[in-house]
Design a binder for this molecule. Structure first.
Ligand code: SF4
Ligand code: SF4
Length: 240
Protein backbone atom coordinates (compact mmCIF):
# COMPACT_ATOMS: atom_id res chain seq x y z
CA UNK A 1 0.00 0.00 0.00
CA UNK A 2 1.08 3.55 -0.64
CA UNK A 3 0.40 4.92 2.82
CA UNK A 4 0.03 8.63 3.33
CA UNK A 5 -0.87 11.18 5.98
CA UNK A 6 -3.13 14.21 5.42
CA UNK A 7 0.09 16.21 4.92
CA UNK A 8 1.63 13.85 2.35
CA UNK A 9 -1.48 12.68 0.51
CA UNK A 10 -1.38 15.27 -2.29
CA UNK A 11 2.26 14.54 -3.09
CA UNK A 12 1.64 10.81 -2.82
CA UNK A 13 -1.28 11.03 -5.24
CA UNK A 14 0.91 12.93 -7.70
CA UNK A 15 3.40 10.09 -7.53
CA UNK A 16 6.79 9.76 -9.15
CA UNK A 17 5.84 10.34 -12.79
CA UNK A 18 5.57 13.57 -14.77
CA UNK A 19 2.85 14.88 -12.44
CA UNK A 20 5.00 14.49 -9.36
CA UNK A 21 7.14 17.42 -8.34
CA UNK A 22 7.76 16.63 -4.69
CA UNK A 23 8.99 13.06 -5.16
CA UNK A 24 7.19 11.53 -2.18
CA UNK A 25 8.96 9.09 0.08
CA UNK A 26 6.53 6.45 1.28
CA UNK A 27 7.12 5.62 4.93
CA UNK A 28 5.42 3.57 7.61
CA UNK A 29 3.15 6.39 8.63
CA UNK A 30 -0.44 7.42 8.03
CA UNK A 31 -3.72 5.62 7.56
CA UNK A 32 -4.62 7.14 4.20
CA UNK A 33 -3.88 5.59 0.83
CA UNK A 34 -3.40 7.06 -2.62
CA UNK A 35 -6.15 7.18 -5.20
CA UNK A 36 -4.28 4.43 -7.10
CA UNK A 37 -4.56 2.00 -4.23
CA UNK A 38 -6.87 -0.99 -4.51
CA UNK A 39 -10.00 -0.75 -2.36
CA UNK A 40 -10.09 -2.78 0.89
CA UNK A 41 -12.40 -5.39 -0.68
CA UNK A 42 -11.28 -5.06 -4.31
CA UNK A 43 -8.17 -7.16 -3.89
CA UNK A 44 -10.33 -10.01 -2.62
CA UNK A 45 -12.90 -9.74 -5.41
CA UNK A 46 -10.06 -9.90 -7.93
CA UNK A 47 -8.63 -13.04 -6.35
CA UNK A 48 -12.03 -14.70 -6.15
CA UNK A 49 -12.62 -14.04 -9.86
CA UNK A 50 -9.22 -15.49 -10.80
CA UNK A 51 -9.66 -18.43 -8.44
CA UNK A 52 -12.93 -19.37 -10.15
CA UNK A 53 -11.01 -19.57 -13.43
CA UNK A 54 -8.22 -21.55 -11.84
CA UNK A 55 -10.48 -24.25 -10.37
CA UNK A 56 -12.08 -24.81 -13.79
CA UNK A 57 -8.98 -24.85 -15.96
CA UNK A 58 -5.64 -24.48 -14.30
CA UNK A 59 -5.10 -26.51 -11.11
CA UNK A 60 -1.95 -28.53 -11.63
CA UNK A 61 -1.09 -26.52 -14.74
CA UNK A 62 -0.63 -22.94 -13.64
CA UNK A 63 1.00 -21.94 -10.39
CA UNK A 64 -0.58 -19.02 -8.56
CA UNK A 65 1.38 -18.13 -5.47
CA UNK A 66 -1.63 -16.91 -3.51
CA UNK A 67 -3.58 -20.12 -4.14
CA UNK A 68 -0.69 -22.45 -3.42
CA UNK A 69 0.10 -20.58 -0.23
CA UNK A 70 -3.54 -20.90 0.78
CA UNK A 71 -3.49 -24.65 0.14
CA UNK A 72 -0.34 -24.95 2.23
CA UNK A 73 -2.13 -23.26 5.13
CA UNK A 74 -5.17 -25.52 4.74
CA UNK A 75 -2.85 -28.53 4.78
CA UNK A 76 -0.81 -27.18 7.69
CA UNK A 77 2.44 -26.80 5.77
CA UNK A 78 4.60 -23.66 5.46
CA UNK A 79 3.49 -21.48 2.58
CA UNK A 80 5.54 -19.40 0.17
CA UNK A 81 4.20 -15.98 1.19
CA UNK A 82 5.51 -14.36 4.35
CA UNK A 83 2.45 -12.14 4.56
CA UNK A 84 0.27 -15.20 5.18
CA UNK A 85 2.66 -16.94 7.54
CA UNK A 86 2.22 -16.90 11.29
CA UNK A 87 5.58 -15.24 11.85
CA UNK A 88 8.12 -13.77 9.48
CA UNK A 89 11.58 -12.24 9.47
CA UNK A 90 13.45 -14.03 6.70
CA UNK A 91 13.13 -11.28 4.06
CA UNK A 92 15.85 -8.90 5.16
CA UNK A 93 17.05 -5.93 3.12
CA UNK A 94 20.72 -5.13 2.56
CA UNK A 95 21.60 -1.62 1.43
CA UNK A 96 24.56 -0.75 -0.83
CA UNK A 97 26.50 0.61 2.15
CA UNK A 98 26.18 -2.58 4.20
CA UNK A 99 23.25 -1.53 6.36
CA UNK A 100 20.95 -4.46 7.07
CA UNK A 101 17.24 -3.97 7.80
CA UNK A 102 14.59 -6.34 9.13
CA UNK A 103 12.62 -6.41 5.88
CA UNK A 104 12.59 -4.64 2.54
CA UNK A 105 9.32 -3.04 3.61
CA UNK A 106 10.87 -1.77 6.83
CA UNK A 107 13.91 0.15 5.65
CA UNK A 108 13.63 2.85 8.30
CA UNK A 109 16.07 3.74 11.10
CA UNK A 110 14.32 1.87 13.90
CA UNK A 111 14.43 -1.35 11.88
CA UNK A 112 18.15 -1.23 11.13
CA UNK A 113 19.91 -4.28 12.54
CA UNK A 114 23.46 -3.07 11.93
CA UNK A 115 26.09 -2.93 9.24
CA UNK A 116 27.72 -6.04 7.83
CA UNK A 117 31.08 -4.23 7.60
CA UNK A 118 31.03 -4.01 11.40
CA UNK A 119 29.30 -7.23 12.43
CA UNK A 120 28.95 -10.68 10.84
CA UNK A 121 25.71 -10.87 8.90
CA UNK A 122 24.83 -14.12 10.70
CA UNK A 123 24.90 -12.31 14.06
CA UNK A 124 22.50 -9.69 12.70
CA UNK A 125 20.13 -12.16 11.06
CA UNK A 126 19.92 -14.25 14.25
CA UNK A 127 19.82 -11.27 16.63
CA UNK A 128 17.13 -10.85 19.29
CA UNK A 129 15.94 -7.75 17.45
CA UNK A 130 15.26 -9.70 14.29
CA UNK A 131 13.70 -12.62 16.13
CA UNK A 132 11.33 -10.21 17.89
CA UNK A 133 10.54 -8.54 14.57
CA UNK A 134 9.39 -11.85 13.10
CA UNK A 135 7.43 -12.90 16.18
CA UNK A 136 5.71 -9.53 16.44
CA UNK A 137 3.77 -10.44 13.31
CA UNK A 138 1.84 -12.89 15.47
CA UNK A 139 2.07 -11.14 18.84
CA UNK A 140 0.73 -7.80 17.57
CA UNK A 141 -2.48 -9.19 16.06
CA UNK A 142 -5.60 -7.43 17.33
CA UNK A 143 -8.25 -9.51 19.11
CA UNK A 144 -10.42 -9.27 15.99
CA UNK A 145 -7.80 -11.29 14.10
CA UNK A 146 -7.09 -13.70 16.93
CA UNK A 147 -10.73 -14.79 16.89
CA UNK A 148 -11.11 -14.76 13.10
CA UNK A 149 -12.29 -17.95 11.35
CA UNK A 150 -9.68 -17.62 8.60
CA UNK A 151 -6.77 -16.54 10.74
CA UNK A 152 -5.00 -19.83 10.03
CA UNK A 153 -4.88 -18.84 6.34
CA UNK A 154 -4.50 -15.09 6.64
CA UNK A 155 -2.36 -14.53 9.74
CA UNK A 156 -3.27 -10.87 9.63
CA UNK A 157 -1.30 -10.02 6.51
CA UNK A 158 1.89 -7.98 6.50
CA UNK A 159 2.40 -5.76 9.56
CA UNK A 160 3.38 -2.93 7.20
CA UNK A 161 -0.23 -2.52 6.14
CA UNK A 162 -1.97 -2.99 9.47
CA UNK A 163 -3.02 0.61 9.77
CA UNK A 164 -6.79 0.43 10.07
CA UNK A 165 -9.11 -0.08 13.03
CA UNK A 166 -11.08 -3.18 13.93
CA UNK A 167 -14.88 -2.78 14.17
CA UNK A 168 -14.51 -2.35 17.94
CA UNK A 169 -11.85 0.33 17.61
CA UNK A 170 -8.63 -1.58 18.18
CA UNK A 171 -5.76 -0.41 15.98
CA UNK A 172 -3.59 -2.76 13.96
CA UNK A 173 -6.01 -4.31 11.47
CA UNK A 174 -4.77 -4.89 7.94
CA UNK A 175 -6.09 -2.50 5.29
CA UNK A 176 -7.06 -5.50 3.14
CA UNK A 177 -8.93 -7.37 5.89
CA UNK A 178 -12.26 -7.28 3.96
CA UNK A 179 -10.45 -8.82 0.99
CA UNK A 180 -8.82 -11.49 3.07
CA UNK A 181 -12.09 -12.44 4.78
CA UNK A 182 -13.86 -12.58 1.43
CA UNK A 183 -11.20 -14.58 -0.39
CA UNK A 184 -10.26 -17.09 2.30
CA UNK A 185 -13.92 -17.63 3.16
CA UNK A 186 -14.82 -18.14 -0.49
CA UNK A 187 -12.15 -20.73 -1.22
CA UNK A 188 -12.72 -22.79 1.92
CA UNK A 189 -14.83 -25.58 0.31
CA UNK A 190 -12.36 -26.09 -2.54
CA UNK A 191 -9.36 -25.94 -0.24
CA UNK A 192 -10.92 -28.52 2.05
CA UNK A 193 -11.57 -30.77 -0.92
CA UNK A 194 -8.00 -30.41 -2.18
CA UNK A 195 -6.66 -31.10 1.30
CA UNK A 196 -8.76 -34.26 1.52
CA UNK A 197 -7.61 -35.42 -1.90
CA UNK A 198 -3.99 -34.91 -0.89
CA UNK A 199 -4.56 -36.83 2.34
CA UNK A 200 -5.99 -39.70 0.30
CA UNK A 201 -2.94 -39.71 -1.98
CA UNK A 202 -4.93 -38.37 -4.91
CA UNK A 203 -4.27 -35.40 -7.17
CA UNK A 204 -5.85 -32.09 -6.06
CA UNK A 205 -6.31 -31.30 -9.74
CA UNK A 206 -9.29 -33.69 -9.69
CA UNK A 207 -11.15 -30.64 -8.45
CA UNK A 208 -11.16 -29.34 -12.03
CA UNK A 209 -13.30 -32.23 -13.27
CA UNK A 210 -15.52 -32.05 -10.20
CA UNK A 211 -16.07 -28.33 -10.69
CA UNK A 212 -16.88 -28.79 -14.35
CA UNK A 213 -19.35 -31.53 -13.51
CA UNK A 214 -21.08 -29.18 -11.08
CA UNK A 215 -21.09 -26.48 -13.75
CA UNK A 216 -22.81 -28.84 -16.18
CA UNK A 217 -25.72 -29.09 -13.75
CA UNK A 218 -25.90 -25.32 -13.30
CA UNK A 219 -28.64 -23.36 -15.02
CA UNK A 220 -27.57 -20.58 -17.37
CA UNK A 221 -29.58 -18.07 -15.34
CA UNK A 222 -28.32 -19.30 -11.96
CA UNK A 223 -26.14 -17.00 -9.93
CA UNK A 224 -22.44 -17.31 -10.70
CA UNK A 225 -20.59 -19.11 -7.87
CA UNK A 226 -18.01 -16.32 -7.77
CA UNK A 227 -20.67 -14.20 -6.00
CA UNK A 228 -20.29 -11.35 -8.48
CA UNK A 229 -24.05 -10.95 -8.52
CA UNK A 230 -24.16 -11.77 -12.22
CA UNK A 231 -25.81 -14.75 -13.86
CA UNK A 232 -23.70 -17.80 -14.60
CA UNK A 233 -24.09 -17.34 -18.36
CA UNK A 234 -22.79 -13.76 -18.14
CA UNK A 235 -19.92 -14.41 -15.76
CA UNK A 236 -17.65 -17.45 -15.29
CA UNK A 237 -20.04 -19.50 -17.39
CA UNK A 238 -19.39 -17.59 -20.59
CA UNK A 239 -16.80 -20.15 -21.68
CA UNK A 240 -18.78 -23.15 -20.46
S1 SF4 B 1 7.13 -7.48 7.44
FE1 SF4 B 1 5.72 -8.13 5.80
S2 SF4 B 1 6.93 -8.29 3.92
FE2 SF4 B 1 8.35 -8.21 5.68
S3 SF4 B 1 8.78 -10.36 6.14
FE3 SF4 B 1 7.06 -9.72 7.48
S4 SF4 B 1 5.19 -10.23 6.35
FE4 SF4 B 1 6.91 -10.31 4.89
S1 SF4 C 1 -9.20 -11.87 7.59
FE1 SF4 C 1 -9.06 -9.91 8.68
S2 SF4 C 1 -9.64 -10.43 10.80
FE2 SF4 C 1 -9.11 -12.35 9.77
S3 SF4 C 1 -6.96 -12.68 10.28
FE3 SF4 C 1 -7.07 -11.64 8.27
S4 SF4 C 1 -6.88 -9.45 8.72
FE4 SF4 C 1 -7.40 -10.50 10.65
Amino acid sequence: MERATPETLAAANAGWGDRGKLRPLYVLDGSLVTERTVSPAGYGRFHVAVFEEWVRRDIGEIYVQMFDTALANWVGEPGAMCVHSETCGSQLALEHNGDLYSCDHFVEPRFKLGNIRELPILDLVTSDQQRRFGQDKRESLPAFCRSCDVRFACHGGCPKDRFTMTPDGEPGLHYLCPSYKLFFGHIDPVMRRMRDLLAAGRAPSLVVAETRAADARRGRNDACPCASGRKWKACHGTAA
